[in-house]
Design a protein around this ligand. Sequence first.
Ligand code: SF4
Length: 232
Amino acid sequence: MKNYAIHSVYKATEGEGIFIGTPQVFVRFQGCAVGCLNCDSMETWEFIAPKYNLDDILEMIESQASLDKGKIKRVSITGGDPLHPKHEKHVLSLIIKLHELGYTTNIEAAGTRVVTSIFDEVDYISFDFKTPSTGVKFNEKVFQRFVENYADKSQIKAVIADEIDFNTYLSLYDKYNSIYKNWVITPCYEPKEEFPLERFKNIIDLNQSYGGPFRVIGQQHKWLYGSDKRNV
Ligand code: SF4
C-alpha cells in the first residue's frame, strides 16, 4: 500500500548537531503543520498524497547507502515533520525495518510532541526547542516529559537568533540541567542570507559569558553550499 509521503531520500554528511560530519542517508518526509517563522525547508510543508510503499523507501535508502568502497549505516528521518500523526505509524514501521537491516537510526523531532512508540524504538532523537523567534508556542509539559524519559539517547537543539532566544533557552537549562546534559545551540542562518558571522560570534561570546552551558554548533552544510541549497 502506498502510504509514504516523502519529499526526498538522499545521502549527505550531517551538517548540524552533535553528529556533525557523519555521513548518513536522509529520509525527508513531506508535510508539516508546525509553521516555524524561520523554517529553511518550507517546500516540505504541504501534505500530499502518499506515493510510495515501505519497500520503495527501503530500496531508495539501500541505493543511496551503497557506495563504491563501503556502505553508510546511519539513517536520519527528518521532514517536514516526521512525527505528524499522518506519518507516525509509517515512520515506526520504517525504523523497525531499518534496524532489522542493520542501520542506526536518528529522528529529527520538532519538539512539539513526544511520540513514545517511535522514541522508544529509534536509536537517537534530535529534539528541537522552538525559541521565541520561531513563533511556535512552547509546551513545557511536552518538554519535561521528553527530558525525563529520553535523556540517555538524545540532544536538544535550539536555533538562536538573538539574546531573547538565548535567555529563554538558558532558563530551561537552569531548570532541567540537573537531569539533562546534551544542550546544543544552532546560531540562526536565515534562508537567502549570507553567512551571519557577527551573529555567530555574538552567540559564542554570550555562551562563554555564562560559562558555556551549551555547545555552539553551526550549520556546516550552509557554510559550504549556501543557505538555499537543498539535500546537502
Ligand atoms: S518543524 Fe521543521 S519543517 Fe516544520 S516549520 Fe519548523 S523547521 Fe520547518
